[in-house]
Design a protein around this ligand. Sequence first.
Ligand code: GTP
Ligand code: MG
Length: 193
Amino acid sequence: MKVTSSEIVISAVRPDQYPDTDLPEFALAGRSNVGKSSFINKMLNRKGLARTSSKPGKTQTLNFFLINESLYFVDVPGYGYARVSKSERAAWGKMIETYFTSREQLRACVLIVDLRHPPTSDDVMMYDFLKHYEIPCIVIATKADKIPKGKWQKHLKVTKETLDLDSNDDIVIFSSETGEGKDKAWAIIEKYM
Ligand code: GTP
Ligand code: MG
């Protein structure tokens, strides 16, 4: 995909704030600080469009990015951030659940995990949630630049085994630093459009 235009359309918390369109949508999910917003920026060749931070918990709302007037990426707040209250966690759960279970134009979830480490129990829970609702999943194993290339396949195998990855779901080794995996990720997304 050659990205010629990208813009943030709205930061939403409730369904009545979601954009009123039927363009295909791809939502980002993953642990807080794993690199969801950085993934969006790399895919769109935009440095600061999706706000990133070295501190977890940067993204707090559902942020809708319109791309080439033909699809949306939806940046989603991360899970597994320890320093949030019970009520904040409950609000997060409701916002996410409502979006993932009711948004008809959602074509697939892009689940971002860290290639360096086995997926966490929260990652496995998120993946199982998607499977339960029969939402196709594209797994992006990011931060590949942080480990030697010779170890990528070994880490990929652990990621697949820990998630018990469905044979229908794609997985891509990625880096928002180097752009590794970007073309492959776009090809998979286009397949779902
Ligand atoms: P929340 O919005 O808090 O859920 O986080 P997020 O998942 O959107 O993470 P974000 O994109 O803000 O990135 C978190 C940190 O990881 C930032 O310091 C990024 O620069 C860094 N980071 C993200 N992706 C990569 C990557 O591929 N390689 C390296 N080396 N650093 C990365
Ligand atoms: Mg973010």
